[in-house]
Design a protein around this ligand. Structure first.
Ligand code: SF4
Length: 94
């Protein structure tokens, strides 16, 4: 049996998304590029983008790992909580 790659495993995850309400509140006006780059490098789902000096964020593929909350020390991520009820990621292969 072929060993699964990380990408293969992540591709099996199911997402039940709430497209109206983010479970993470991000300060999109934040300007410290060094701090922003930490989140760009750390987020395994690439939810953060930084183009032409503008930060953007999408919670729809969030893996709910909490890394961005810990790294930002309240500077970029202003609020973080798990999605409500049946919403969010459902892991299939760890
Ligand atoms: S919780 Fe994890 S996956 Fe979700 S946005 Fe933050 S770093 Fe990315």
């Amino acid at each position: 049996m072929k060993k699964m790659t990380i990408e293969d495993k992540l591709g099996l995850n199911l997402f039940h998304t709430d497209e109206e309400n983010s479970h993470i509140e991000v300060d999109l006006e934040f300007k410290d590029e060094a701090e922003i780059r930490k989140l760009l490098l750390a987020c395994p789902a690439e939810c953060y983008k930084y183009e032409d000096g503008k930060l953007s964020f999408s919670w729809l593929g969030c893996l709910e790992c909490g890394t961005c909350r810990v790294l930002s020390h309240g500077k970029i991520v202003k609020d973080w909580h798990h999605p409500m009820g049946e919403i969010g990621v459902q892991y299939r292969q760890g």
